[in-house]
Design a protein around this ligand. Structure first.
Ligand SMILES: [Zn+2]
Ligand SMILES: [Zn+2]
Ligand SMILES: [Zn+2]
Ligand SMILES: [Zn+2]
Ligand SMILES: [Zn+2]
Ligand SMILES: [Zn+2]
Length: 374
């Protein structure tokens, strides 16, 4: 056994901590003990749909994190990652045979909930499951901040930037439904060369990403923030941007820099426009997935007391990670025993040992669907 192929128990624990932080980012923002129903439509929470309770063809329903543990244990669940403005459906009239153990008394339906094909385990414009047994292409799934569907990077119609983790994405269909967003895109978003098959063949995914920086753009975008009290209401920034012509192609998904929401014009007519389009959440910095994850991390830190054995390892894909996180409590003692066996015998744990452990674990767990990249 050569040096590189082994990991010490210490390495395992160190990696655990990193994975644990990422895991808590997804789940700690949601309550794993109490059904979120009494809070009403929650700004953002982790959601699941249950294939065991809601079979194909019947109405879509979503349940909260706590209900996924307490009411749907052992069921076939789709992980929907987080969605905004949703109220837990667990046990309401959409469920024929299930009573919620946490909040049995619910309204018949939650009329403001929005459902997409994600609730039937389908994603993207190609309407495929994820992971997809028939798809061997390695690709990342990216969530649109408007429709909250997940898309294959290669089905977005534009090149995925390298620093995609820090950028919000709006899919082409949502852009076209809200054409004024293209005006912002001209000026705020990195102009990513659009994918033609030729370009893809030649350049692959790491193709050229250019950013337009017109001289007069910044002034217009910053003008409102520099305004002194008592000055008259400035012109609509969106209108001003519209006057500055740009050559950005208006096709494909748009990737936005991290501060883009704060650059949207909030004059009264723009507020009205966003509100009519049901896009007011774009004015709210707390709506972002990043803000949700920060809340989760803070909550987790306040609770303190990390168990360093929570998870092992790298070389696990996101599906496996989520699988492990979700089944963590069941699995913790088994993992501890497993690792302690190595300590007792003075052996090093190899990645293969760990992989084997999780494969055994995973075959016993309920199915989870990858929630996408970070
Ligand atoms: Zn619930
Ligand atoms: Zn169920
Ligand atoms: Zn429930
Ligand atoms: Zn697709
Ligand atoms: Zn969309
Ligand atoms: Zn405006």
């Amino acid at each position: 056994m050569c040096e590189e192929q082994t990991v010490s128990l210490l390495d395992v624990l160190k990696e655990d901590e990193e994975l644990e932080e990422e895991a808590s980012a997804v789940l700690a923002g949601s309550d794993s003990d109490h059904c979120s129903y009494p809070q009403g439509y929650v700004q953002r929470q982790a959601l699941y749909s249950c294939h065991t309770c809601i079979s194909n063809g019947s109405e879509a329903a979503g349940v909260c994190l706590a209900c996924s543990y307490k009411c749907h244990e052992g069921h076939d669940l789709f992980e929907l990652y987080t969605k905004r403005n949703f109220r837990c459906d667990c046990g309401n009239t959409k469920f024929k045979d299930l009573q919620c153990k946490l909040v049995p008394d619910k309204d018949e339906v939650n009329t403001s909930n929005k459902y997409s094909h994600n609730f039937s385990g389908l994603y993207c414009t190609c309407r495929r499951p994820y992971p997809d047994p028939e798809d061997q292409v390695e690709d990342e799934m990216i969530q649109c901040v408007v429709c909250e569907d997940w898309f294959h990077g290669r089905h977005l119609g534009s090149l995925v930037p390298d620093c995609v983790g820090s950028q919000e994405m709006i899919c082409e269909s949502c852009m076209n439904q809200n054409p004024f967003l293209w005006i912002y895109a001209d000026h705020l978003a990195a102009a990513v060369d659009h994918v033609t098959q030729d370009a893809k063949d030649v350049e692959g995914r790491g193709g050229h990403v250019g950013i337009y920086l017109p001289d007069n753009r910044t002034d217009v975008i910053e003008s409102t923030s520099k305004r002194v009290r008592g000055e008259p209401e400035p012109n609509c920034r969106l209108e001003e941007l519209q006057k500055i012509s740009q050559n950005r192609t208006r096709t494909g998904a748009v990737f936005w820099p991290s501060t883009w929401r704060s650059k949207l014009c909030c004059c009264s007519s723009c507020q009205e426009r966003l509100s009519e389009a049901q896009l007011n959440f774009l004015f709210d910095e707390l709506d972002t997935v990043q803000a949700y994850e920060r809340r989760g991390q803070n909550k987790d830190q306040n609770q303190g007391g990390h168990d360093p054995l929570m998870l092992a390892l790298d070389n696990l894909n996101r599906v496996q990670q989520l699988e492990i996180i979700h089944g963590y409590n069941d699995m913790k003692s088994e993992l501890k025993d497993f690792l302690q066996g190595f300590v007792a015998e003075g052996k090093v744990v190899t990645p293969d040992d760990i992989r084997q452990f999780f494969e055994q674990q995973q075959s016993r767990k309920r199915r989870r669907v990858d929630a996408g990249p970070f």
